[in-house]
Design a binder for this molecule. Structure first.
Ligand code: TYD
Length: 138
């Protein structure tokens, strides 16, 4: 399933395999992923009480997976509307378009895998919530 360009949503991927063999899940450009993948990163060992994120991206689109554990997301759009999502299975993905403020909580065993549409550019980040709400595209 290809993502719409403007709305965050959870999507389901196939698990190929069986319980006695184990599983493979695939995310491929133009099949499950709508954007060209320019960067992959993963986070791990995030302590339970820590909330990460606290930023938005001006351009970046992401597809995020909980390849292990459970990850909870709160997303806020520039109108201040909140959306909540949970990734609790390696066969689910969360598509996050540009311009969503995110806060993210992790179970102790969570590994977050992110497929990103751009290479890392610090200038793409908005790290101040007021600046995010008042952001005007040039
Ligand atoms: P950041 O995206 O700010 O994560 P969080 O908001 O969850 O803390 O990244 C944390 C640090 O890692 C920050 O100093 C930037 C650096 N970083 C890179 O150098 N390259 C990357 O691709 C990413 C995602 C982060």
């Amino acid at each position: 399933m290809i993502q719409e360009s403007n709305k965050p949503h959870v999507f389901n991927l196939k698990s190929i395999g069986s319980s006695d063999l184990g599983y493979i899940t695939v995310a491929e450009y133009q099949n499950q992923i709508s954007f060209e993948i320019k960067r992959v990163y993963w986070t791990y060992y995030t302590p339970n009480q820590v909330t990460r994120g606290h930023h938005a991206h001006k351009v970046l689109q992401q597809c995020i997976f909980a390849v292990s554990g459970k990850i909870e997301f709160e997303l806020i759009n520039p109108n201040g509307e909140k959306l909540n999502f949970i990734l609790d299975s390696p066969e689910k993905g969360l598509y996050i378009p540009k311009m969503y403020w995110r806060t993210i909580k992790f179970s102790h065993n969570a590994v977050l895998l992110c497929l990103a549409s751009e290479i890392y550019v610090e200038d793409d980040y908005i790290r101040d919530f007021d600046e995010f709400i008042n952001y005007k595209f040039k």
